[in-house]
Design a protein around this ligand. Sequence first.
Ligand code: GCV
Length: 679
Amino acid sequence: MTLHSQNGHDIWLQNKKAKPVNVTTSKQSSTIDIAKNELINGWQGPEGATIALTIKKDKSLHKDGFKITSTSIQANTDLGILYGVYDLLRRQQTETSIKDETINPSYDRRILNHWDNPNGSIERGYAGKSLFWHYGKDSLAVTESDIKLWKEYARINASVGINGAVLNNVNASPMMLTQGYLEKVKAIADVLRPYGVKTYISIKFSSPSLIGGLKTSDPLDADVIKWWNNKVKDIYKLIPDFGGFLVKASSEGQPGPQDYGRTHADGANMLADAFKPFNGIVMWRAFVYSANDEDRAKQAYNEFINLDGKFRDNVIIQVKNGPIDFQPREPFSPLFGALKKTAIMPELQITQEYLGHSIHLAYLAPMWKEFLDSDTYQEGKGSTVAKTTDGSLFDQKISAIAGVANTGLDNNWTGHTFAQSNWYAFGRLAWNHELSSEQIADEWVKLTFSPFDLSNSENKADFSKSDWSNNFLKPVKQMMLDSREAIVDYMMPLGLHHIFSANEHYGPGPWYGPARARKDWTSLYYHKADSLGIGFDRTPTGSNATIQYEEPLRSQLNNIETCPENVLLWFHHVPWDYKMKNGKTLWDNLAYRYDAGVKKVREFQKIWDMSKPYVDSKRFDEVQSKLRNQSRNAQVWKDACLLYFQEFSNIPIPYDIERPMHDLEDLKISTMKRPLDYK
Ligand code: GCV
């Protein structure tokens, strides 16, 4: 069989030849029509089967949940039917058993956050320009090809249960609230609606003064309140099912209520009141920190803890998974174990800002699972982040989860073919946070790469299914599962964090610390290497950030002997000669981890090269070339960090590992601004 060259645009929704099927429906709507057509175009079950799609009220179903059998889908809502259909087709294509099951979503709102700017650029985007906003004088025009693309985008989202999209950057332009932009939001919403993807926008808090002609944007000012009420009313006239606002306020230079001496609650509640009549929501971000002397990791908790219980019930606080900023490994943000009377939603980052952009192969489900499964001990043992956020531990009106999107106009949507797996994994985990990373990877590889047409019993491939499973599926899946840990190893092992060069967040820069830069934007602030050791002491002898965690976790973290080694340097300043669990010193462990990370990527190259017979040439070449680049970059990371930290440790790099290949002085120059070998 010739494996057709693929530009990756079809993602995990590869077209397979469908068998005939009859579909009966108890209702007609644009969503049900989509569901019906998906079955007709993708049916891989018994030829001529009849499938019943039935809307019927059922108390065991929550929101858009569904009941599934091999011949029927029942739901309370049209969207429940659509999700059921995608589930049925996925099971057929991945040859997973279909038993009678009731399936409900973990989170009600499963939302992508697009950091897209009105000029078409994307903050931290590595897959081309924006799908929604184009640069130029016709930027607000809506073309046929826009509509086609948005429809494909909506379908992809619906296929994994994503039901919301924030269409613009959290560093928001006030323009987004002007008529022309709102009309474009309406045009996008009209295309996304049948697929169940609700639209939201990010707003700039100072919009009343910037575009409304008001003297202030103080949230308690009567004219400001009126301005927002009218604005929200106008939006609902255009988009009756509009989702709400996402707000980055009093954060990283963005305006907010604190500019007027008000609190986050004052700001969020003012907007929430405007949304009340329309059932809209406000997602208020807790990504706040300023250049004061307090440990950055403590600041969000300190700002929000006293506001617990002060927010309206249509406000939800959106919190990044870790207390700093989407690092390759962070402990969970203590807010997840602290807010008891306020709805709180996790913000994950699908785009690989800190994990090698769209060059490094990083499958992120293991990182997100590690976070969701972390025990906060908030209500005793077993109070995982998943449970403190999905509404099962606390009664909350809204439950939600967000992922910062990795999409763009690149043909394959995400830049790296394997980055598609993260879009997929975000949707699957948002729908069901109990799925394992392994299962999600298994599904994704089968859906994305399997050349077998299940509707056709004749096997036209040059290889058998078992060849494919043993020589492709299995090793590629393992590569995915190992990929995030490999990145942690060659970038920031043992709890190191934020040691990137400058603002690119790509190459290494452990030395980065220009005299005039804000301290908390330098690497030196985070690793604190000196002649004695390395790491940030966040125990009571240091910043005491551990106080923000519940017991017994707090004591476990405070004690250097019981602190998990994978976050050791996050919580402790550790002597270079400290003996770790394997009997080796901290310095040696650091060196071995950097080396292991590099070796892992070299192994990934072998796995991928051996998979050549099973992948079309286009996708094969793309991934092969990116892995080569990743290998070179991993080596740079290892050399940069080991040579730099060695200036403090003064200990040789263990002689049984490969020697550095670069000189530190060269690396300092070349990685400061642009990532090395960036393609
Ligand atoms: C959208 C980090 C990123 C910024 C991002 C910010 C945020 O600081 O580097 O690009 O801004 O987080 O999440 O608001």
